[in-house]
Design a protein around this ligand. Structure first.
Ligand code: CIR
Length: 258
């Protein structure tokens, strides 16, 4: 059984952090409708969605992925790299505590969940502007003894590691090779994004299906040609806030030993 933790879109999402994008007006009602459709897609794929109330004072709080790294055994509540986002971590900790023991990334370390790609027992962690070597070291100290390997990965030109690479089928990664070296992911098979769609590497794998933005039809064709079942969602308003599909949920396996 999977639980998907989500949080409603802040009324102030228009004041979100932006690193690689120009600010555009975000239609808040449209953003909320898209977010709701995203939650419905997760439900259709068998997730029990725990939809948390919007935090209007925290513009980026819909992007719950960044405030935790959920492992089978524990959940690590992060210390986000953007100071404006740090209060989001305190808000997620009690929610996760219902499912997992909690560990915390401590100051001065920083870590964004969007930088952590899990492939089996391997955690690849982006050396981005958001995640520091201290934060990554703390994750290693927490997860290493629990049987995970931690591999820091340089990224360039994008916000997070998972802007550049995600797992799109068991053992298969979708990569933008301009932003991350596709050779670092061990034995994983690699599909490259269509070069005309640089932002297309972020998909959310739920079981055998991939939740994937409607805005990348060329890369979608590559995925379908590889036999991957795609569930399309329109997240265009959330993309204006530099978000994508992994960042809007925390997925937890529940009801099995951990
Ligand atoms: C930020 O800059 O933190 C937000 N505007 C976007 C975060 C997106 N998070 C993600 O892809 N994991």
């Amino acid at each position: 059984m999977r639980v998907a933790i989500t949080r409603g879109v802040s009324a102030r999402i228009g004041a979100c952090e932006l690193t690689h994008l120009e600010r555009q007006v975000i239609d808040i009602e449209r953003a909320r409708a898209q977010h709701h459709a995203y939650e419905e897609a997760l439900e259709q794929l068998g997730c029990r969605v725990e939809s948390l109330p919007a935090l209007d004072d925290l513009p980026d709080s819909v992007f719950v992925e960044d405030v935790a790294v959920v492992l089978d055994e524990i959940a690590v509540v992060t210390r986000p790299g953007a100071p404006s986002r740090r209060p989001e971590a305190a808000a997620i900790a009690p929610v996760l505590a219902a499912h997992r023991s909690i560990m915390l990334i401590q100051a001065p370390g920083t870590l964004d969940g969007g930088d952590v790609l899990r492939l089996g027992r391997q955690l690849f962690v982006g050396l981005s502007g958001r995640s520091s070597s201290s934060g990554i070291g703390q994750l290693r100290d927490i997860a290493g003894p629990r049987g995970y390997t931690i591999t820091p990965v340089p990224v360039r030109g994008c916000l997070h590691l998972k802007s550049a690479v995600t797992e799109v089928a068991p053992g298969v990664v979708l990569v933008n090779p301009e932003w991350v070296d596709p050779g670092v992911f061990g034995d994983a098979a690699v599909i490259e994004v269509d070069p005309r769609e640089p932002g297309a590497a972020n998909g959310l794998l739920i079981g055998s299906r991939l939740v994937y933005p409607a805005s990348f039809p060329k890369t979608r064709r590559r995925l379908e040609n590889a036999g991957i079942g795609v569930v399309s969602v329109d997240v265009s308003e959330l993309q204006k806030a530099e978000g994508a599909v992994t960042c809007c949920s925390l997925i937890l396996s529940v009801g099995q030993p951990h």
